[in-house]
Design a protein around this ligand. Structure first.
Ligand code: PNS
Length: 164
């Protein structure tokens, strides 16, 4: 089975992520969406919530499953017998960071390949951080994230700020 992993923080998943996951699912037999458990970075959603939001939006893609991981990505991949990482590349600004990560992963495990997919033009400047910022200030996030998770994002943000 030709399996790939789409790793990331996904706090929360955006239409840009979903586009890459969808397109990867057409190229590979199986795609694992790997959500990083990062104790150093407190996000808007905890990891279990992020996994649930992703599951909600990929439920109709039969060859996609969602898992969380901690530690090195390549160690998780070894455990799951995955050899390919798929990353989306947005604007040129992504290149240096992604290049650095792919070189590091290659150094850690030469059997691993990183495949880059160009983001669709409309998602080129879309990020989880910009979605959170827009939502926090009451802007419209329609078209930026999957429709079915908009209420979860709004509810979470309203919950965070209700005491202010
Ligand atoms: O969505 P993000 O935050 O750009 O995703 C980054 C991610 C999770 C892919 C990356 O930080 C990662 O793989 N972290 C796990 C730790 C690791 O393996 N580091 C070595 C590569 S530099």
């Amino acid at each position: 089975m030709n399996t790939a992993i789409c790793p990331g923080s996904f706090d929360p998943i955006t239409n840009g992520h979903l586009d890459i996951i969808n397109r990867s699912a057409k190229v590979f037999d199986e795609v694992v969406v790997g959500v990083l458990i990062n104790p150093e970075k407190k996000g808007l959603f905890n990891v279990d919530e992020r996994v649930e939001l992703i599951k909600k939006v990929v439920k109709n893609i039969p060859n996609v499953r969602v898992e969380s991981f901690s530690g090195l990505l390549i160690d998780f991949m070894k455990k799951k017998h995955i050899k390919v990482i798929v990353k989306g590349l947005r604007a040129v600004s992504d290149f240096e960071y992604e290049f650095q990560m792919s070189v590091m992963n290659k150094k850690l495990d030469p059997d691993i390949e990183t495949v880059f997919m160009m983001s669709s033009a409309m998602n080129s400047f879309l990020s989880s951080s910009s979605v959170k910022q827009v939502a926090m200030f009451g802007g419209c996030i329609k078209g930026l994230v999957p429709e079915e998770i908009i209420p979860d994002i709004i509810e979470k943000i309203n919950g965070m700020y209700k005491n202010y």
